[in-house]
Design a binder for this molecule. Structure first.
Ligand code: SAM
Length: 296
């Protein structure tokens, strides 16, 4: 078992089923056992755990997951892969395959049914075209999660991990870091996949926080502020926020909020830490609800 990772085995099974790769589904199958072991080890799966795999392909990683976990649910959009998965996973009784678009699956319900609502782990070589919606969908829907260990495009991994003031820092860095602690586990060159992607890849492990590292009165407001600050990257923070429809404060009031945090009014969003964004969100919340009261 686990021999699908060998390139000739992958070719064999693809030829047997006359499978054609579909670019639109981001199909780049992993064929490097060294990288596979790194992913499995980073996910640190124990035998009582439930794993959600997104996009199992021909089941290469799924076999490894089945060897380590109590149960694996693998969600695959491409119906041409289902008969292949039925063959490659026939030796395992702790897996089910769902032929659906992951963005349409109710993952909370899945966690309830398969894992009694307890935190689960997500492990995947993701389809790169929907990396952000998948990860943000998992976080924002408050699915009970322990960790998310995934292969993504290298630039996306760098953005998730980026610190304030660096070129990669943005809304994705802040959103991911609000929910989890990111760690890049491996850099993976194109020759580890079949077919080879045009971009470099990285494995990133997001260890989910039990409690967010900052406390805000309104989570949605925090993310509206973050998005508005980076939508217009070259503008000052105040100018960016004054164009955000959900923040109903005048420019002078926004300036006042920024000053109350002891930041210059000309500050740009890209230099603020998550902690500073949280303080700003709380100030804007208070100002919007209670007006300009410095004793709040
Ligand atoms: N896990 C396999 C591997 O490592 O070799 C395949 C990874 S490949 C990068 C991405 C997989 O995600 C493909 O099998 C693709 O068909 C599947 N996929 C693409 N979009 C999907 C979606 N919206 N929902 C579920 N699976 C999807």
């Amino acid at each position: 078992m686990g021999d699908l990772i060998q390139p000739q085995k992958t070719v064999e099974i693809l030829q047997k089923y006359k499978f054609h790769f579909q670019k639109k589904f981001g199909q780049n199958f992993l064929i490097d056992s060294h990288v596979m072991h790194k992913i499995i080890s980073a996910a640190s799966i124990s035998e009582n755990e439930f794993i959600l795999e997104i996009g199992p392909g021909i089941g290469t990683m799924t076999q490894f997951l089945c060897e380590h976990a109590r149960f694996v649910t693998a969600v695959e959009i491409d119906q041409n892969l289902i008969p292949i998965l039925q063959e490659t996973l026939s030796g395992y009784h702790n897996v089910d395959i769902i032929n659906r678009d992951i963005l349409k699956v109710d993952i909370r319900q899945l966690a309830n049914e398969k894992n009694d609502g307890k935190p689960m782990k997500v492990v995947a070589n993701l389809p790169y075209y929907i990396t952000t919606p998948i990860i943000m969908g998992l976080f924002e829907s408050h699915v009970p999660l322990h960790s998310v260990t995934v292969m993504v495009q290298k630039e996306v991994a760098d953005r998730m991990k980026a610190e304030p003031g660096t070129k990669d820092f943005g809304a994705l860095s802040l959103a991911v870091q609000y929910y989890a602690k990111p760690e890049i586990v491996a850099h993976v060159p194109p020759n580890c996949f079949m077919p080879r992607p045009k971009v470099g890849s990285a494995v990133i492990c997001l260890k989910c926080h039990q409690m967010p590292p900052v406390q805000v009165r309104d989570e949605k407001l925090l993310f509206d502020i973050i998005r508005a600050s980076f939508n217009q990257r070259r503008k000052t923070l105040v100018n960016g926020l004054s164009h955000c429809a959900t923040i109903r404060l005048a420019k002078e009031e926004l300036q006042h909020c920024v000053e109350m945090l002891e930041l210059p009014v000309s500050v740009r969003g890209e230099t603020l830490t998550l902690q500073q964004f949280a303080c700003l969100a709380n100030k804007i919340y208070e100002y919007s609800h209670f007006g300009n009261r410095s004793d709040i």
